[in-house]
Design a protein around this ligand. Structure first.
Ligand code: ACO
Length: 165
């Protein structure tokens, strides 16, 4: 498995991974906006065990984290934000999400001086909550009522990144 920074060429494959795994989907230009604005923050997990059939065989993206910096933080504090994270069912519980998140968080601190990282997660998403709270160390900041298009509430979560500085 290769964990590396997302490139523009990966975007259609990341978009298809996102559509497979999550109901929150984005236009290609939103991925491009992330990749061009904060090129160090979004990462992919690529299954390199499968031999290439042709030189143009696309990479097999099995996971990604799409992340950004908050452009105009209301509190004036530089911080990162996880827009989306997912791993294909076939490749879950291998530590890929953990690795993708840690790579992104490190770059937020080293490249952009982020003080903390934030994200939203569905209250019913037990797997992601365990990952964020128990494995990575995020804490719930507040509940955002009806945050999602289907009316589900979100936990707004946050993690201080000073341990990386
Ligand atoms: N049940 C309970 N705990 C879990 C689960 C699960 N199904 N999956 C992960 N965890 C916790 C465990 O503590 C795990 O450590 P362990 O395996 O040593 O017990 C830890 O998280 C790390 O797990 P990883 O292997 O790194 O996680 P994985 O690569 O499987 O990806 C993810 C987790 C991203 C939540 C995956 O299940 C997924 O893609 N789900 C669908 C999409 C999704 O919900 N994405 C997050 C939406 S929120 C957002 O995008 C900001």
């Amino acid at each position: 498995m290769d964990i590396r920074v997302l490139t523009s060429a990966d975007i259609p494959h990341v978009q298809s991974t996102n559509i497979t795994n999550l109901p929150e989907n984005y236009f290609l230009k939103y991925y491009l906006y992330h990749a061009l604005s904060w090129p160090q923050l979004s990462w992919v997990a690529v299954d390199v065990s499968r031999p290439k059939k042709t030189p143009y065989d696309p990479p097999k993206i099995v996971g990604y984290v799409l992340a950004k910096m908050e452009e105009e933080p209301v509190n004036g504090i530089q911080h990162g934000h996880i827009t989306s994270l997912s791993v294909m069912r076939t490749h879950r519980r291998l530590g890929l999400a953990d690795k993708l998140m840690r790579q992104s968080q490190r770059a937020m601190v080293e490249v952009y001086g982020a003080q903390y990282v934030s994200l939203h997660v569905r209250m019913s998403n037990i797997a992601a909550l365990r990952l964020y709270r128990d494995t990575l160390g995020f804490a719930v900041e507040k509940v955002e009522a009806k945050y999602y298009a289907d009316g589900e509430d979100a936990y707004s979560m946050k993690m201080d990144l000073k341990f990386l500085r």
